[in-house]
Every structure is written in C-alpha cells, then in structure tokens.
Design a binder for this molecule. Structure first.
Ligand code: DX5
Ligand code: ZN
Length: 227
C-alpha cells in the first residue's frame, strides 16, 4: 500500500486554517495530525479538545490525535474520537498501557502506541494485540523543527519485523523531521504514515501544494522490507 500523509496542524497558519484545510482535502491528504502537549510529559503546551472540535467543523478528514500527555486515560474521552480516527498514546506516559489502548478501541477509533527515541521496542511486545498502529518518534517529542535521531531509522525496520513475527499487521507511523530526504529513507525502512510538519508540507520556501507533491514522490518508493 502507498504511504499516507498526516499533516501536522500545529505547523499550519491558524489565520488561514479553513483555507488550508480545504487545500489539504484537495490534495487528498489522509489525516490531520494533532499534537496535544500538556507541559508535563513534554516541555511544551499546545492544542486541546476545543481546537479539535473547531477543526472538525471545517473538515471531514480523519483526525490523527497524538497525545503527548501524562495520564492519557483521562484525555481520550474529551477528544470524542470517531471511527476512522487514530488516537495515539505514549508507552512512557502510563503504567496501564494495555487498559489505555483498549479504552481507545472502545471509542471506535484505531489505537496507536508511540515510542520516544530512547524507549526500547520490547516495551510494547506484550500489547501488540491491542495496537493498530505504532508511532516511532524520530525526534524527541515537544517541538517542531528538530533534527532526526538517526538510530530511529533502524527502529522502524525492527518494528516491522516485530509486527510481522507476531502476526500483526500494525501500521507504522513516523513523526519528526520527516523531510523529503528522510521520508524516502523512512519509507524504505518500512514506514506507512508520515507526519508532515515544517520539514515538508509547511516548508518555509515551498507552498503546500508543491511540498505535498514532493513528499508523495518521496514516500512512493518501495519498502526494502516486507511487513
Ligand atoms: C512533535 C510534532 C513534530 C512536528 C513534525 O510531536 O509532531 O514532530 O510537527 O514536524 P517537523 O519535525 O517537520 O517540524
Ligand atoms: Zn506528533
């Protein structure tokens, strides 16, 4: 299956939000990636349920809600997840990961688990039955505009192998410095969904249309691993 794009809405121009959302629809962007940061789990504070409600009133594109928050169990409900959405929580953020993941599935949304660059893959081995998607953080979460942590490329492939060996067809999403160049490497390594922020769709020197075309091309290369 072709790679999918999840547009990082915190990087968009809020003054022109409705116009930009229409453009994302025309460009057939697959998801709206919404970064939720609580100032505790990550040292930054961003968007919340009211913002998601406002975005839903302007677009029918599915939401890809990335919860970078402590106690994620309390924050699943307020976003009113829908069928077709993705809700991702961090492995590092809860000691009751399996329960939190099943709470996401109970809403009808797809359940994602995210791993920071330093978190070993084996920490999600025993919850794969409850996971539809693994989000590999390719930078430390918290800010846009950071540099790729190179060791995470190998982790993408290792995630593919783990999912395949466990008989699960979980999708693999990548988030952080997904530039045109890095996106191609991430695709070859096995990634399926690409979070597009300041490194691609919201690149300072390109318009969204041109950037989307370049990103599509980068993620259309074949995976070098079958998973
Ligand atoms: C943090 C964010 C960032 C950002 C991605 O979780 O998701 O990773 O929006 O875009 P870049 O890294 O290209 O600015
Ligand atoms: Zn994110």
């Amino acid at each position: 299956m072709d790679g999918k794009i999840s547009s990082s809405i915190m990087c968009s121009s809020f003054r022109k939000l409705e116009e930009e959302l229409r453009l994302l629809e025309e460009l057939r962007i697959e998801y709206i990636h919404v970064d939720i940061m609580d100032g505790h789990f990550v040292p930054n504070f961003t968007l919340g349920p009211d913002f998601v409600r406002a975005v839903r009133s302007m677009t029918s594109l599915p939401m890809d809600i990335h919860l970078m928050v402590e106690n994620p169990e309390s924050w699943i409900g307020p976003f009113k997840p829908r069928e077709g959405d993705i809700v991702t929580i961090h492995q590092e953020a809860t000691v009751h990961l399996q329960r939190a993941l099943s709470m996401i599935r109970d809403t009808g949304a797809r359940a994602g688990v995210a791993l920071n660059p330093a978190t070993p893959l084996c920490t999600i081995e025993h919850v794969l039955d409850d996971v539809d998607l693994v989000l590999i953080m390719t930078v430390n979460p918290g800010y846009a505009g950071q540099k790729l942590v190179p060791a995470t490329l190998k982790k993408i492939t290792e995630t593919c192998v783990l999912a395949r060996n466990s008989g699960r067809n979980a999708e693999i999403e990548v988030d952080g410095n997904v530039s045109f160049e890095n996106a191609e490497k991430m695709r070859r390594a096995g990634a399926d969904i690409f979070v597009a922020g300041t490194s691609s769709l919201y690149h300072r020197e390109l318009g969204i249309g041109e950037a989307a075309a370049r990103l599509r091309k980068a993620i259309s290369v074949p995976k070098e691993i079958h998973c």
